[in-house]
Structures are given as C-alpha cells and as structure tokens.
Design a protein around this ligand. Structure first.
Ligand code: ZN
Ligand code: FE
Length: 251
C-alpha cells in the first residue's frame, strides 16, 4: 500500500500525494509548481495522475506535469480533462502503485465527478468535505444526495480525503442546522485547535462525518425540522438535502 500525504495549493486546496518505492501519484493537481517542488525535494518520480473532476483548481497542473513526466492520467470520461489517457465512469478498478483502487461515480458537484477508494482511504474531490459537501454546479439535488448515500454506505472507518480545507466554515453552518448536536460542538473545538496550530482538519473519518455533517444527516429529525423551517418541500431525504444545500449557499 502507498503512503499518503498532501501538498497544499492555492488558498485551501489539498493535492493528495500517494507514494511507494520512490514513485508517486497525485490526486487533483490544480497547480504543477508545488507538486514539482515536492517531488524534487523528496526524490520521487511521478507515475500517474488521478483527477476527480474538471474544475481548474483540480486539473490546472496536469499539462505541465505530463510535459515533464509523460504518465497516465485517470479522469472522468464525461468531462474535458487535459491529457486524459484512462477515461473513467465509475465501477472500474485501477492499479495505483501496486494497490487496487476502486472508482465510484459521484455526480452532483459536476456531472462526471468520480471518487477513488484505496482500502480505507477515500479521495472524494469536491463531493464530500469536512462537515459539508460541494456545491451543485451541474447536478441535481437527487444526484448529489444519491452520491453522498453511496459514500455514507462505506465502512465508518473510511478516511475522507477531500480536496479543500473548508471544515471550520462548514462546522459553523452545521451548528446552525443542529445547535444541540454535541458531536458538532466537540468537532468545532477540536478543529479550531488544529487550525490554530497550523494543522489540517483532513482527513476525517466517515464516522465523524456521519455524526456531524448535515448533508449526511438528512434522515435525522433535527435536520429535517431545520430543513422544513427553510421551506423544504416535504421530509424526503432529497427534499431535506435540497433545502439544506440551498440554505448553505447563502449562509
Ligand atoms: Zn470543484
Ligand atoms: Fe475545488
């Protein structure tokens, strides 16, 4: 199994670095410069690139990286991705540095968005965040709710490697949705401590997300009640999700 760490990029992006035997894959290299700097500093050769979706902050570095290392680029078949050599639509199993990695279709943030699962590690791009989820730029609430349900059904020990450090702001919203949820209060304090110390709040565990992330809690009475106060059209999980997501957009 490969080792996992991250390369910070832009203001709040995480480019995940998978390494084994001096070879590396990167997930969502939005910027090439910090990736090249890290690979050089650590004496690693790039062996492949995994892309979750087409947004520039996730694929902007691909062109420069494959010019230097002509490596395979695994990416959503349905999206326009620079240098894509292995188009994916979900359901595939690919080899990453000798480890089998499952590909999941998780449409919602974008229509072709995929996530990658390696053992207990999930790389989910902009689908699930710490205490939040991605905006619906292309998909419908029903599509995103279904994608999040697929993720929610993974083992609770799954480590959630999302692509942005958004947890603190997301927790402020989570607390507005469920002010009486002690798990959210505990996480607010813990994440504040991590961030004050300059540390990352990710990866989290799926168990932690199930307990604190309003977008995975659309069947909880407190979340349903909050969604109804926001004008949810009924208490089905999709109606609740849609109302909570709409509320978050203007929060
Ligand atoms: Zn995005
Ligand atoms: Fe992004």
């Amino acid at each position: 199994m490969f080792e996992v760490s991250f390369i910070p990029a832009f203001k709040d992006n995480y480019i995940w670095l998978l390494q084994h035997d001096r070879r590396a894959f990167v997930v969502d290299p939005g910027d090439a410069a910090p990736v090249i700097a890290r690979l050089e500093a650590d004496g690693l050769a790039l062996a492949g690139i995994l892309i979750t979706h087409h947004h520039a902050d996730h694929q902007g570095g691909v062109e420069a990286l494959i010019r230097r290392w002509p490596v395979p680029v695994f990416a959503p078949a349905a999206e326009s991705i620079t240098g894509c050599s292995h188009p994916l639509s979900g359901g595939e199993c690919i080899d990453v540095l000798g480890t089998p990695v499952q590909v999941l279709a998780v449409p919602g943030h974008t229509l072709g968005h995929v996530a990658y699962i390696a053992g207990d590690r999930l790389f989910c791009g902009d689908t699930l965040f710490g205490a939040g989820c991605g905006r619906l730029f292309e998909g419908t609430p029903a599509q995103m709710a279904e994608s999040l349900a697929v993720i929610a059904a993974l083992p609770p020990a799954t480590q959630v490697h999302c692509a942005h450090e958004y947890t603190e702001a997301n927790l402020r919203f989570a607390l507005a949705v469920e002010p009486d949820n002690p798990a959210i209060r505990e996480r607010v304090a813990r994440v504040a401590g991590l961030r004050a110390a300059g540390r990352s709040s990710v990866p989290s565990t799926l168990a932690e997300e199930l307990a604190t992330n309003p977008f995975l809690r659309c069947r909880e009475p407190g979340v349903i009640a909050a969604a109804k106060r926001q004008g949810a059209a009924g208490d089905s999980p999709v109606a609740v999700f849609s109302a909570i997501r709409g509320w978050r957009n203007g929060f």
